[in-house]
Ligand binder design. Structure first.
Ligand code: FAD
Length: 323
């Protein structure tokens, strides 16, 4: 059954986040031949609309307002509800990002609808869309169908492949004027704690360090390897607790959940709480001095050795491949 599906585009540091395109791809499947409408919300965001069309949206609705310069659940909630009222979608797809996790329950509550969150795949079987999502920190998978009229899902970054970019795609871009009522909270300042670079939750390559890295300086060889591979640096809670890096880099049950194409774990023992955040990575490489370390049980490739010898060697070899 063809249906209209709405997605929310996310912008960070002046670029559309890749998960916006993955949401469009998921929406295309759910639309089942129907229309995919992307909502673009912010202070001055119209210029991003064409890119959403190239990535598969049939139409873009732009809501611009100075009160939407920074994300607030209040402001974006009002904007999104106005788009939903105008478009009356039968499906909604957000990214399972910090923003999507915050906003989707609010919108679902207002619409009195269900919500299937953290979806990693969508399949159509027997007239139903079946959504797979990890549960119990990735130790099991649950398959769900939406029994409401509205199918509302959030998709985990890096799992549903985005469509090929195609500049020949065309689509209508319209503006919706929304009177954003006074916000109960406003963002006064954003203080960045980590260096700019590849976003951990969307990175295709992650080089992560644990307590075995031994100091903040010990992260330098990992940063070099990540740079050569165009990836991001992550960490175990052990490394964060020891003060070697910021908690924003923490991966695991109480940190970020990541699914890169390549995860290189350096000096990480592989505690269950760490595995909860990275065991769904496509290829896992573990470097550890201890051949019995638990991380080797989930690794596709294991290197038993001192990370301070192995990591620089890998960096040198990858540099040669790039030349
Ligand atoms: P360790 O367990 O100390 O391992 C260090 C490893 O480095 C060892 O295997 C050692 O052999 C190796 N090593 C040492 N030197 C070298 C060297 N030179 N070269 C190569 N290898 C070397 N942890 C998380 O990561 N993320 C979470 O989200 C998280 N949430 C938690 C939530 C709860 C409720 C609890 C109780 C714990 C949580 N933890 C989490 C902590 C988790 O249980 C572990 O304590 C933590 O992951 C250990 O970090 P680590 O592997 O870096 O350190």
């Amino acid at each position: 059954m063809a249906r209209k599906v709405l997605t929310l585009a996310e912008i960070r540091d002046g670029s559309l986040r890749n998960v916006s395109f993955e949401a469009i791809a998921a929406a295309k499947t759910i639309a089942d031949g129907g229309e995919v409408v992307a909502a673009l919300v912010g202070e001055s965001v119209q210029s991003y609309a064409d890119e959403l069309i190239y990535r598969g949206a049939d139409r873009v609705v732009v809501v611009e307002n100075e009160k939407l310069k920074n994300y607030t659940p209040d402001g974006f909630g009002q904007a999104l509800m106005a788009v939903v009222d105008a478009e009356k979608p039968e499906g909604i797809v957000f990214g399972h990002t910090a923003l999507g996790k915050d906003l989707s329950p609010k919108i679902a509550t207002k619409l009195n609808s269900g919500l299937i969150s953290d979806v990693i795949s969508v399949e159509q079987t027997g007239g139903n869309f079946v959504f797979t999502r990890p549960i119990y920190s990735g130790k099991a998978f649950e398959k769900k169908i939406a029994t409401d009229g509205l199918i509302f899902v959030t998709v985990r970054p890096n799992n549903i492949p985005a469509l090929e970019r195609d500049e020949s795609r065309t689509g209508n871009v319209s503006s919706l004027s929304v009177d954003i009522k006074d916000l109960r909270t406003i963002v006064k300042e954003i203080v960045r704690k980590t260096a700019e670079g590849v976003d951990l939750s969307e990175a295709k390559v992650i080089v992560a360090g644990g307590r075995g890295v031994k100091s903040a300086e010990g992260f330098e060889p990992l940063k070099e390897l990540a740079n050569v591979l165009g990836g991001a640096v992550g960490a175990s809670r052990g490394a964060c607790d020891a003060g070697y890096c910021d908690y924003s880099l923490q991966i695991g049950q109480t940190g970020k959940v990541v699914t890169p194409d390549l995860y290189i774990a350096c000096g990480i023992s592989g505690a269950i709480q760490h595995l909860a955040g990275m065991s769904n990575s496509k290829v896992i490489v573990a470097i550890n001095k201890d051949p019995e370390a638990n991380i080797f049980k989930v690794a596709d490739y294991g290197i038993v050795g001192d990370l301070f010898e192995v990591v620089p060697l890998l960096t040198e070899e990858f540099k040669k491949l790039k030349v």
